[in-house]
Design a protein around this ligand. Structure first.
Ligand code: HXC
Length: 258
C-alpha cells in the first residue's frame, strides 16, 4: 500500500513512522489512521522490525482528530460508522513495542494516539491536552480512560473539563511520559530506546508488553498470577538459557527469539 499521510522507514530493526499531514498539524482523518493501522500491521508481520517509533513534526505530533472532517457528521454517521474504532483496535493488536516520540502538540486524538503507544518520550516543547470540550464533545479514543489511569483523576478531570494543555515538564511529573529531552535530541533518544529494545529477545519483549497491559485489565491478584506464569513459561525458551549463560560467562547474550 502506498501511503500519502505517513512515511515509513525501516533501519536497523526499527520502524520509524512519521505522521505527515503538515498543513493540518497531522490531524487524524480516516486516511491517516487507516494508513497508520495498515503500516503497524505490516511492522507486526515484518520479521526485520523489532520495535516501532511513531512521531510527527516538530510543531505537532498530532493536533487531534480532523475537525473539518468531523464537523458535518451526524450521530448516525459516527455511531453506525464507528468512527476510528476499527483502526484503533488494529493498532492495539500490535504485539511489538511502539514508542511515541512527541514534539509540539499532542491534543485530543493526538494525545490519545500517543497514549495507545507503549510509552511516550517527549521533547521539552511537547504540549498534551484533551480540548474536545471546547468543541462540544468529549474525548473518544481514551482521553477519559487511559489519561485517568496515567495521571490520576484530579489531573484527568482538570484536563478534560478545562481543555487546558499540559507542558512536557508537568507530563513527566504526572507520569504521562517516561522521559523529556531537548527538542533537538528527541529522535536520537527515541531511536536509541528503540534500538535497545530491538536487541532484546523478541519473545521476552512481547511478554513484557502483554503483562504490563494486562495490569490495566485485571485485579492485582490475577495480574500477579499472570506475571508469575509468564515468568515461569519463559524458562521454556532458549533465550532464557542464553541470557543467563551470557551473564555468568560475562558476555553479551545472543538472543534468537526462541
Ligand atoms: C483539522 C486542524 C486541526 C484539527 C489544526 N488544524 N488542528 N485541522 N483538525 N484538529 C489546522 C488548522 O485549521 C490550520 O489549517 C492548520 O492546521 C494550522 O493550525 P493553526 O490553528 O493555524 O495553528 P496554531 O495557531 O499554531 O494553533 C495550533 C493549535 C490549534 C493550538 C494546535 O490548531 C488547535 O487548537 N487545533 C485544534 C485542537 C483540538 O481541538 N483537537 C481536538 C480535536 S477533537 P488552515 O487550513 O486553517 O491553515 C478530537 C476527538 C478525538 O481529537 C476522538 C476521536 C474518536
Amino acid at each position: 500500500m502506498a501511503y500519502e499521510t505517513i512515511i515509513v522507514e525501516v533501519e536497523d530493526h526499527v520502524a520509524l513512522i512519521t505522521l505527515n499531514r503538515p498543513n493540518a498539524l497531522n490531524a487524524l482523518n480516516d486516511q491517516l489512521l487507516g494508513e497508520l493501522a495498515d503500516a503497524l500491521t505490516g511492522c507486526q508481520n515484518n520479521e526485520k522490525v523489532r520495535c516501532i517509533v511513531i512521531t510527527g513534526s516538530e510543531k505537532a505530533f498530532a493536533a487531534g482528530a480532523d475537525i473539518k472532517m468531523m464537523s458535518e457528521k451526524s450521530f448516525v454517521d459516527v455511531f453506525a460508522g464507528d468512527l476510528f474504532t476499527p483502526e484503533s483496535e488494529q493498532i492495539l493488536r500490535v504485539r511489538k513495542p511502539i514508542i511515541a516520540a512527541v514534539s509540539g502538540y499532542a491534543l485530543g486524538g493526538g494525545c490519545e494516539l500517543a497514549m495507545m503507544c507503549d510509552f511516550i518520550i517527549a521533547s521539552d516543547t511537547a504540549k498534551f491536552g484533551q480540548p474536545e470540550i471546547n468543541l462540544g464533545v468529549v474525548a473518544g479514543l481514551g482521553g477519559t480512560q487511559r489519561l485517568t489511569r496515567a495521571i490520576g483523576k484530579a489531573k484527568a478531570m482538570d484536563m478534560n473539563l478545562t481543555g487546558r494543555f499540559m507542558d512536557a515538564e508537568e507530563a513527566e511529573r504526572s507520569g504521562l511520559v517516561s522521559r523529556v529531552v531537548p527538542a533537538k535530541k528527541l529522535m536520537e533518544e527515541a531511536m536509541g530506546a528503540a534500538q535497545k529494545i530491538a536487541e532484546k529477545s523478541m519473545i521476552t519483549v512481547m511478554v513484557v508488553k502483554e503483562a504490563v497491559n494486562r495490569s490495566f485489565e485485571t485485579t492485582l491478584r490475577e495480574g500477579l498470577l499472570f506475571e508469575r506464569r509468564v515468568f515461569h513459561s519463559l524458562f521454556a525458551s532458549e533465550d532464557q538459557k542464553e541470557g543467563m549463560a551470557a551473564f555468568m560467562e560475562k558476555r553479551t547474550p545472543q538472543f534468537r527469539d526462541r
